[in-house]
Design a protein around this ligand. Structure first.
Ligand SMILES: [Mg+2]
Length: 243
């Protein structure tokens, strides 16, 4: 397509961009707590979920002892007759089982990644979180086969957060490509779109149902879509990707 602008690289965010992480986490936490209730924890699941959300808010989503802390906070009438370690491990197992059940992407998303790769555009990842946790998602979603392993940038691996333009600048430098030919696709209005714009990338805002979608970016994305699969139309209409 000689008249279309060209892309060399597309970076994608994972959580709530390629995969509905917010919905998954809710379902997996519910499975974990139900597993504890099934083994004798005498509490209402919605009360437990609400308290667990407080623990996560207070100690962060990557803390290792959410369930231990939750159980410490519950009244003795709830936990008095249970083995705490048994509860915690039952919850952890149920959460991990939920990963196998839910960590998949749809056929349309998979075909899009394949078509992008086959078109000669390199795919990378810019994602926030712990390295091994995010890599586990890449592997369980089975998207590693589409991604250039040299173009995976995870905040805890780089030591730079998504709010800092340096993360994006590092990713751009690794491509060796002109900035006008590098796209970033993400859901977070500030950490994907504003920072991606500040770095000079072609930004695509996935304004879907994730927890960040309630806020608007301060700067305009080049394109706005409501789910990852809609990226196909952006690429077909503007960058000459074959339908
Ligand atoms: Mg995200």
């Amino acid at each position: 397509m000689p008249d279309s602008p060209q892309l060399d690289v597309i970076f994608i965010d994972i959580d709530d961009t390629l995969f509905a992480t917010t919905d998954f986490v809710s379902a997996a936490r519910r499975d974990a707590l139900q597993s504890m209730i099934d083994r004798g924890l005498n509490a209402n699941i919605d009360d437990l979920l609400a308290e667990l959300e407080l623990v996560v808010a207070e100690f962060g989503s990557n803390h290792d002892h959410h369930y231990d802390f939750l159980l410490k906070r519950l009244p003795a009438a709830v936990t008095g007759n249970v083995n705490i370690d048994l509860m915690v491990v039952a919850g952890v197992i149920a959460y991990h089982n939920a990963k196998w059940k839910h960590l998949h992407i749809g056929d349309a998303d998979r075909q899009l990644l394949l078509d992008i790769k086959n078109s000669g555009i390199r795919l990378g990842v810019i994602s926030s979180g712990l390295v091994r946790k995010q890599i586990e998602k890449i592997l369980r979603l089975e998207i590693d086969k589409y991604i250039d392993p040299k173009l995976i940038f995870i905040t805890h691996g780089v030591g730079v957060a998504k709010s800092n333009v340096q993360l994006y600048e590092s990713a751009i430098a690794a491509t060796g490509c002109d900035i006008s030919r590098i796209m970033h696709v993400g859901d977070h209005p500030y950490h994907d779109i504003d920072t991606g714009n500040a770095a000079g990338m072609v930004t695509v805002w996935v304004n879907g149902g994730g927890k960040h979608s309630v806020n608007e970016p301060r700067t305009s994305p080049a394109f706005k879509i409501s789910c990852f699969a809609e990226l196909r139309a952006v690429l077909v209409n503007n960058y000459g990707l074959n339908k």
